[in-house]
Design a protein. Structure first.
Ligand SMILES: CCCCCCCC/C=C\CCCCCCCC(=O)SCCNC(=O)CCNC(=O)[C@H](O)C(C)(C)COP(=O)(O)OP(=O)(O)OC[C@H]1O[C@@H](n2cnc3c(N)ncnc32)[C@H](O)[C@@H]1OP(=O)(O)O
Length: 210
């Protein structure tokens, strides 16, 4: 069971920067691991070294990923988020910002780790990025919620290794249902994926806030 936000360790700037640097190096390691041409003996030797590093990091553990201190200029304090989390080596990470018009926007590049069809981004990865961006668009407009539906339309293949743009905006609110839409575009500005989603604020959160 994950820990509730208020019980989580809160990171200061220095700790946050150091751990983001660690995650960046691990991301490079993961990328190297899927394309390395090294032999079996060397791969086994590196695996032993990595296991030793994992043991070293695990000497002191939190129950769950920490949060950034509140007040930092980031949309989401969840450092372990798989899309935006600077501390999560699985996250590209996508840096999302919100404009005054409520549009959430981010630029990101996906490498070999995210390949689906040869040389193209995995559709599930595109859906994950869009889920996050649309969810943030709902949240920054003052109506956060859990994803109830997410529909993606893959218009053309999304290329790996080039700068991509994600954009999202809340469209309408109907009671607890919040709708948002967004796109991923390639460097030529052409849309590769479109998405619409519906988010619902769970009853228990509405009740808890009353
Ligand atoms: C919650 C607060 C979050 C706060 C966040 C703040 C931080 C912001 C910072 C940064 C943004 C982060 C962005 C994150 C982005 C990623 C988000 C995710 O990945 S979320 C994980 C994946 N989603 C789930 O796991 C949901 C699982 N499902 C549920 O928990 C429930 O089913 C839920 C909450 C979706 C609805 O449950 P009910 O009990 O509240 O809803 P009922 O009362 O049954 O229904 C209300 C109405 O909604 C319809 N409805 C319910 N679920 C539906 C569905 N899945 N599809 C279509 N309609 C649905 C029903 O038919 C009903 O409609 P009628 O009022 O009768 O017209």
């Amino acid at each position: 069971m994950s820990t509730m936000p208020m019980e989580r360790h809160q990171l200061g700037d220095e700790e946050s920067a150091a751990l983001a640097g660690l995650a960046a190096r691990i991301r490079e390691l993961a990328e190297a691991a899927v394309v390395t041409g090294t032999g079996a003996a060397e791969a086994a030797a590196v695996a032993d070294e990595v296991a030793a590093l994992t043991a070293r990091l695990s000497e002191r553990r939190h129950d769950a990923p920490p949060y950034r201190m509140s007040g930092e200029a980031v949309l989401d304090r969840a450092t372990g988020n798989p899309v935006t989390g600077a501390l999560n080596p699985l996250a590209p990470p996508v840096v999302l910002t919100a404009g005054p018009d409520g549009v959430v926007r981010g630029e990101f590049t996906l490498g070999h780790l995210y390949e689906g069809p040869p040389t193209y981004v995995h559709g599930g990865v595109s859906a994950m990025v869009l889920d996050q961006a649309l969810g943030m668009a709902a949240a920054v407009s003052g109506t956060p919620g859990m994803t109830a539906t997410l529909e993606t339309r893959y218009r053309r293949p999304t290329p790996l290794g080039v700068p991509l743009t994600v954009e999202a905006k809340r469209s309408r609110v109907e009671g607890r249902k919040v709708y948002a839409s967004g796109t991923i575009s390639g460097p030529d500005g052409r849309v590769t994926v479109e998405a619409t989603a519906m988010f619902i604020m769970p009853d228990r959160f509405v009740a808890a806030g009353e």
